[in-house]
Write a protein that binds this ligand. Structure first.
Ligand code: NAD
Length: 482
């Protein structure tokens, strides 16, 4: 097998980004098969790394870091902007690879949207200021707070938004003068390695490398003495493992972990007007989104109307192979996730809940397609409500009393996002303030913005990403006193 470290610069003169060229650049003919979740066909093959590959990548990143940190901030900004341009130039082949590997459609808030977000995030990160703060200046004392590079950042990511989340981790880390070793999910290595390949067309050698592999590669990175900070996005269970494995070396951590976001619909809404917002809050990326709406609490006065309006929207959204332009929903990315969704919907059905639409997959068809499923008349204790489904099945729980709805929303041990839906903004904000979640949206769910800090509450993790707070998270504060 060839080395799985992807740091080779693109020859921009002769290497016009095409799908075939990108795939060839990251493919190892002897590597692990990566399958298209819509068809089961082989998309490509990737060399999975070993502990020795991680060690080599970390040593390379350490060696490159002082020179990268010594560059002027303006030079790093310029390179991030050039990296954004390089992504735009390769946008269509990157989106095609993402669609084939992850399953998400090209259209809707999916593959093209994700690639577009990568360049947008790079530009926003380049534009973000983190000035030196004068904290005391009283004549006797002059103290300033500076932000220095951490050193080497290990970036470990999931399979749902693989490119965008990699950029969320990499862009601020590079901007602050760190070098980065990326460990993509074993389910979506091709698209992340292709992204790194494009970025390395403009970045200096060894500043950004990637090592594909399974959890053992991530564990090596998160315990490595040469890694100073881990940016991790994935499940709470893996986050807990990383806390343990990083303890020996007292690494800094940003942990974006699982969620089971609640939405509360107040009785004053117009059900038809909010139905599409509710739908995409829950079903963006076919429900495989950390901060998707995963359990909906609807006041009894509008319950039937909200359910009916959601069914109408759901039935109008085509699901199928991502490369077919009309689709906006795709398959589950992998069989294990399909099984989780199927098990939870069956648990709901067995309990007597009403399946309003979906819940009946075609088990003879190829691919991991699970139909868009809405479940009503379901108890709050049901596993479909209490566990993170991470797929296209939304439980809709009826409530009478707002106190009861707030208690149900807060009862779980995770708190990534939440939402409140109402025609009265002040009433919605009053409810929002009582919800235990890192972000509470009003009349929307799950939208992120490169300048708005994002992070979890409770077991959804700690640390913030995006904006100036995101830059601070990949830096070491240093006080200069005198
Ligand atoms: P996962 O935890 O199974 O895997 C994430 C990454 O961790 C993969 O690259 C995996 O190889 C690696 N890994 C596995 N074991 C490891 C170990 N012991 N040490 C270090 N790394 C290890 O998560 P997933 O299934 O890929 O992603 C789905 C989960 O991610 C969901 O729970 C979802 O809510 C969460 N998520 C959270 C956010 C957020 O911003 N909070 C965003 C996306 C996804």
């Amino acid at each position: 097998m060839t080395t799985p470290t992807v740091a080779t610069p693109v020859d921009t003169a002769s290497d016009t980004p095409t799908y075939e060229r990108l795939l060839t650049a990251v493919t190892d003919p002897d590597g692990r098969e990566v399958l298209d979740p819509a068809t089961g066909e082989v998309v490509g093959r990737v060399a999975f790394g070993s502990a020795a590959d991680v060690d080599r990548a970390v040593a390379t990143a350490r060696a490159a870091q002082p020179a990268w940190a010594a560059r002027a901030d303006s030079e790093r900004i310029d390179l991030l902007l050039k990296a954004a341009d390089a992504i735009d130039a390769a946008a269509e082949p990157l989106a095609e690879l993402l669609s084939r590997e992850q399953g998400k459609p090209l259209n809707g808030p999916n593959a093209r949207f994700e690639v577009g977000a990568c360049s947008a995030w790079l530009r926003a990160t380049a534009a973000t200021e983190l000035p030196v703060e004068t904290v005391v200046d009283d004549g006797d004392t002059h103290a300033e707070l500076h932000y220095r590079p951490v050193g080497v950042v290990g970036a470990i990511g999931p399979w749902n938004w693989p490119m965008m989340i990699t950029i969320w981790q990499v862009a601020p880390a590079l901007r602050m003068g760190n070098t980065v070793v990326v460990k993509p999910s074993e389910h979506t290595p091709l698209s992340v390695l292709a992204l790194l390949h494009v970025l390395n067309g403009v970045l200096p050698a060894d500043v950004l490398t990637g090592v594909a592999g399974e959890g053992d590669v991530g564990a090596r990175l998160s315990s490595h003495a040469g890694v100073d900070k881990v940016m991790f996005t994935g499940s709470t269970a893996t986050g807990q493992a990383i806390i343990k494995s990083s303890a020996e070396t007292v690494k800094r951590l940003t942990l974006e972990l699982g969620g089971n976001d609640a939405g509360i619909v107040l009785p004053d809404v117009d059900p038809k007007a909010i139905a599409e917002g509710l739908f995409w809050g829950a079903f963006i990326n076919t429900g495989q989104t950390c901060a998707a709406l995963k359990r909906l609490y609807v006041h009894t006065d509008v319950y039937d109307e909200v359910c009916a309006a959601l069914v109408e929207v759901a039935k109008a959204m085509p699901m199928g192979r991502g490369l077919d332009e009309q689709n906006v929903l795709g398959p589950l990315q992998n069989r294990a996730q399909y099984e989780i969704v199927a098990r939870l919907v069956e648990a709901a059905r067995d309990s007597g809940a009403t399946i309003l639409t979906g819940g009946d997959p075609d088990t003879d068809a190829p691919g991991h397609f699970y139909p868009t499923t809405l479940v009503a008349d379901i108890d709050d204790q049901n596993p479909l409500v209490a566990e993170e489904q991470f797929g296209p099945a939304l439980p809709i729980v009826r409530y009478d009393d707002l106190e009861e709805a707030v208690a149900m929303a807060n009862r779980l041990d995770v708190g990534l996002g939440a939402s409140v839906w109402s025609s009265d903004r002040d009433a919605a904000r009053a409810v929002a303030a009582r919800l235990e979640a890192g972000t509470v949206w009003i009349n929307a769910h799950g939208g992120v913005h490169p300048m708005i800090p994002f992070g979890g509450h409770k077991r959804s993790g700690y640390g913030l990403e995006f904006g100036a707070e995101g830059l601070k998270a990949v830096a070491v504060p240093q006080v200069i006193n005198g």
